[in-house]
Design a protein around this ligand. Structure first.
Ligand SMILES: NC(=O)c1ccc[n+]([C@@H]2O[C@H](COP(=O)([O-])OP(=O)(O)OC[C@H]3O[C@@H](n4cnc5c(N)ncnc54)[C@H](OP(=O)(O)O)[C@@H]3O)[C@@H](O)[C@H]2O)c1
Length: 307
């Protein structure tokens, strides 16, 4: 049976990367019930104002280089969503890998630390489902040259610091997050609208486990509950396996826009996983993917929906 979630009501929680696609809906939900601190570079001042208007306290810092010693040391929980993909290895490794280490050193008193990783850390292995033990590899090189390597490096630093300082930690390897503010399926919709070909791996269908924002928001307190000083690492996505081809075909059904697929053997390819470990620890996700995709389109591009 899945472990009970932690109580987030009234807790002091640091969220890094709060303005990103994945974290934004989490900040919106959690500021209603907890004391949320939001850390980013806030290169765009409007982002900082947005966080504050949601009720978060903001901390402007670059995880790659800034002094973090002024951060409070009494957070109950830290959720690390921050990620950077400039394409330059030196800065990206510093921000993504050293950054998580520096953050954990400063916040070592937490009850739990949740680090968001990616299923982009796995070597492509055709249509076989991934498990947490599957071989790692430079999966996302084609689109984001530094991404997979720096996410693997970040996991290693995260484990090292957790072990050194006995910090209860979870590493969640996220699959395809999407919601009412976008995500990969929304990029596909925009490509369909503009008539841009969608590059996909020739070994079709290209399977994933997309997870709708409402589901990952519900799961975060459970991911925090399963943290351990040995470090709990799990794949994290929707319980349903869905292919790019299927979600694009459903987008076509909703909008009448046709996807144009183009084979490319360097495209990401299938990255779906065996949900056994995830479901044993935190339970199944709830939102059917058709419902999630329809909500996403209704929220962002209602004008594209067929009457
Ligand atoms: N989106 C996906 O499809 C997906 C899939 C799998 C896993 N994930 C994982 O989910 C997490 C969130 O991804 P996302 O797509 O939401 O990211 P995103 O949209 O690119 O947002 C990145 C966030 O990190 C902050 N940030 C970037 N560099 C920073 C630095 N040096 N110091 C401090 N903050 C920094 C950004 O704000 P500033 O620029 O203002 O600093 C922003 O708030 C990441 O760990 C990612 O690897 C995402």
């Amino acid at each position: 049976m899945a472990i009970a979630p932690i109580e987030i009501h009234g807790k002091k929680i640091l969220i890094t990367g709060p303005t990103g696609q994945v974290a934004m809906p989490v900040v919106e939900a959690f500021t209603k019930v907890a004391d949320i601190y939001a850390l980013a570079r806030f290169s765009n001042p409007a982002d900082q104002q947005k966080m504050e208007s949601m009720g978060a306290k903001t901390i402007k810092a670059d995880l790659a280089s800034d002094d973090l010693s002024h951060l409070p040391t009494d957070f109950d929980y830290v959720i690390n969503f921050a990620v950077v993909k400039t394409g330059g290895f030196e800065y990206d490794l510093k921000a993504n890998a050293e950054g998580v280490g520096r953050l954990m050193m400063q916040c070592r008193n937490v009850k739990a630390f949740l680090h968001f990783s990616s299923t982009g850390v796995y070597q492509y292995q055709g249509q076989e489902p991934l498990t947490e033990e599957s071989p790692l590899g430079d999966n996302h090189r084609k689109m984001f040259p530094t991404y997979s390597i720096s996410k693997i490096a970040a996991e290693t630093v995260c484990r090292f610091v957790a072990h050194q300082f006995n910090i209860p930690t979870t590493i969640a390897r996220l699959n395809v997050p999407y919601g009412d503010n976008g995500g990969w399926p929304y990029w596909h919709l925009m490509m369909m609208k503009e008539g841009i070909p969608i590059d996909i791996h020739p070994e079709r269908p290209n399977y994933y486990n997309p997870i709708y924002a409402e589901d990952y928001i519900e799961k975060i307190p459970r991911l925090l509950a399963i943290a351990s000083a040995e470090v709990t690492t799990l794949n994290f996505g929707g319980s349903q396996r869905v292919s790019i081809e299927e979600w694009c075909s459903y987008l076509e059904k909703l909008t009448g826009l046709e996807p144009r697929f183009r084979d490319d053997d360097k495209a990401f390819g299938s990255l779906w996983f065996d949900t056994t470990k995830m479901e044993a620890l935190i339970g199944k996700t709830q939102i059917d993917w058709h419902k999630g995709i329809k909500r996403m389109v209704t929220s962002l591009s209602p004008e594209l929906l067929k009457p």
